[in-house]
Design a protein around this ligand. Structure first.
Ligand SMILES: C[S@@+](CC[C@H](N)C(=O)[O-])C[C@H]1O[C@@H](n2cnc3c(N)ncnc32)[C@H](O)[C@@H]1O
Length: 217
């Protein structure tokens, strides 16, 4: 993310919401099977290294750690210190020695390579998701993304619309059609996968409001 003001806005917002987000993410970890589908799509083996961009308080970390086992490595990257504080507490509670957390901008990754990259509910926050996703594809042979998209029925789309209106500052959606903005960014993230990977697969979840796309080199 090149714009420091945008990065600051994102960070300030997630700082305010870190505690509530942590609770919400834990309470909904299994909803719709989205997170499990993402981890399946990563096709991790024991001993692999997986990087999660925008890991937040760590709702995906338990499943990632389980998939790579004690000999693998999990790296969580997030720009918001308070989100990482919560993820650190989780890692300490579980006593995981092979999970590291790094505060950094995922748009300029502090990582050279990995077996796989995951990012859930983050790409819609980037002004230009395609550029960022292309960058991630240069790091690993498998990249899996979960993003919001208005691909459901009217009620599902209306719920998503209400959610985006409540978070316009995150999605840069004030003064624009919030759903169209979300749709554009999710499509741009997929374009990043398509431009860089040989095979791209997408599935929708939770009444069509969440799209999981997996790119394989
Ligand atoms: C909606 S939360 C998603 C957290 C987690 N991935 C999940 O699935 O619940 C978005 C997270 O992305 C982080 N984030 C936003 N922009 C980022 C950036 N440029 N670099 C790293 N992290 C970023 C935020 O701090 C926040 O923790």
């Amino acid at each position: 993310m090149s714009d420091p003001a945008h990065r600051r806005r994102i960070r300030e917002s997630y700082r305010r919401w870190a505690r509530l987000y942590d609770w919400f993410a834990r309470a909904t970890t299994d909803v719709g099977g989205v997170r499990a589908a993402c981890v399946d799509a990563l096709e991790l083996d024991p001993g692999d290294t997986v990087v999660e961009f925008g890991c937040g308080p760590g709702p995906n970390l338990p499943a990632l750690r389980e998939a790579v086992g004690p000999s693998g490595r999990v790296v969580g990257v997030d720009v918001t210190d308070r989100m990482l504080d919560r993820a650190r507490r989780l890692v300490a509670r579980r006593g995981w020695a092979n999970v590291s957390l790094v505060q950094a901008d995922a748009a300029t990754p502090p990582i050279e390579s990995a077996d796989a990259v995951l990012s859930t509910f983050v790409t819609s926050l980037f002004p230009d998701p395609e550029v960022v996703v292309r960058e991630w594809c240069g790091l690993a042979d498998t990249v899996v993304l979960a993003s919001f998209a208005p691909r459901g029925n009217r009620l599902a789309n209306a719920t998503l619309w209400a959610f985006t209106r409540l978070s316009t500052e995150l999605f840069d959606a004030s003064g624009t059609d919030a759903l169209a903005q979300l749709d554009r960014r999710t499509a741009a993230a997929r374009s990043g996968l398509e431009a860089s990977m040989k095979q791209v697969e997408s599935e929708t979840y939770v009444f069509g409001t969440i799209t999981v796309s997996a790119g394989y080199r």
